[in-house]
Design a protein around this ligand. Structure first.
Ligand SMILES: NC(=O)c1ccc[n+]([C@@H]2O[C@H](COP(=O)([O-])OP(=O)(O)OC[C@H]3O[C@@H](n4cnc5c(N)ncnc54)[C@H](OP(=O)(O)O)[C@@H]3O)[C@@H](O)[C@H]2O)c1
Length: 266
């Protein structure tokens, strides 16, 4: 809070895809008022958030903000020198560690988060972890911002963030991978591509809605279909025999390794 007043938030890289989605979610949820929101851009000022303060000067953005959301690509962060002394700094960058953020921006109030692309539709899952220097009320701000983008959890270690970077940071990618394989099979069986697309998209949306409303454990859902002993059970058993679970596990391990390497390079 600005000396107990309304929250002033700055989004470095606010012209970008994720930064813009978070800014929109914060405005919609009333976490920040347009006049208290600052956004920075590099090449082109987007035609949105007209009542917010747009700048190419990241230090000016930091100076007029209590909370700074850092949303540039990790490679661009290497050249970003912004003094955020005493401010709450929230990074959404993959791979960049709390200590590196704290040293570079001279603040011990640092939060490392990892939202995903579904922030655009307010359905991101965002794990986060904070440095020891957080003040009273900082956690509430972080929870409010990422609840506005979907749902969030504070996790226990940066290793968990590295793992979740591969698991949930990919957003729609893995469900889309399954849907793409199903669609390819449907088309190979002679279905019209447009029908196949509508069918698999409806399947994924329906599954998502059911999981959201019932909050069931996916393992229980799979077991229910296995117990039913119908066509679905036949398919699940054959997919598993062909290495479905092992393929998923190997893919997630590859993402985890890559996430750790990105952090080591920063
Ligand atoms: N997208 C995702 O699904 C996702 C998921 C989890 C985490 N993240 C993290 O979110 C961050 C942003 O990703 P994104 O997908 O939103 O990328 P993006 O669309 O490329 O956004 C980054 C923005 O930062 C701007 N920028 C770069 N350097 C700047 C500077 N010095 N000052 C002001 N603006 C600057 C870029 O401007 P230009 O237009 O000039 O390049 C661009 O508009 C990344 O660190 C990524 O790891 C993304």
């Amino acid at each position: 809070m600005g000396a107990g007043g309304p929250l002033r938030v700055g989004v470095i890289g606010g012209a970008g895809w994720l930064g813009g989605a978070i800014a929109e979610a914060m405005l919609d949820a009333g976490i920040v008022k347009p006049q208290d929101l600052s956004l920075s851009y590099r090449s082109e000022r987007p035609d949105r958030f007209d009542h917010a303060f747009w700048t190419t000067d990241n230090q000016a953005l930091a100076d007029r903000s209590d909370v700074i959301v850092l949303s540039v690509r990790p490679a661009d962060w290497q050249n970003l020198n912004v003094d955020a002394e005493g401010k709450l700094l929230i990074s959404v960058m993959a791979g960049i560690r709390l200590t590196a953020l704290s040293e570079r921006h001279r603040t011990d109030r640092v939060v490392r988060t990892l939202p995903n692309a579904a922030a655009e539709v307010r359905k991101s899952y965002t794990p986060w972890i904070a440095s020891a220097g957080l003040r009273d009320g900082d956690r509430t701000v972080v929870e409010a911002i990422f609840d506005a983008c979907g749902s969030q959890d504070e996790v226990r270690s940066e290793a968990e963030i590295d793992y979740l970077t591969g698991l949930t940071g990919s957003g729609p990618a893995f469900p889309a991978l399954l849907a793409a394989a199903m669609m390819a099979d449907a088309v190979s069986q002679g279905l019209e591509p447009e029908i196949a697309k509508r069918a698999v998209n409806a399947l994924v949306v329906g599954a998502g809605r059911m999981l959201e409303q019932r909050d069931d454990c996916p393992t229980d859902i799979v077991q229910t279909f296995l117990d039913y002993r119908g066509t679905t059970a036949a398919a699940i058993e054959e997919m598993r025999a062909a290495g479905f679970d092992a393929a998923v596990s190997r893919g997630l391990s590859a993402a985890f390794r890559k996430s750790v390497r990105m952090g080591e390079a920063s």
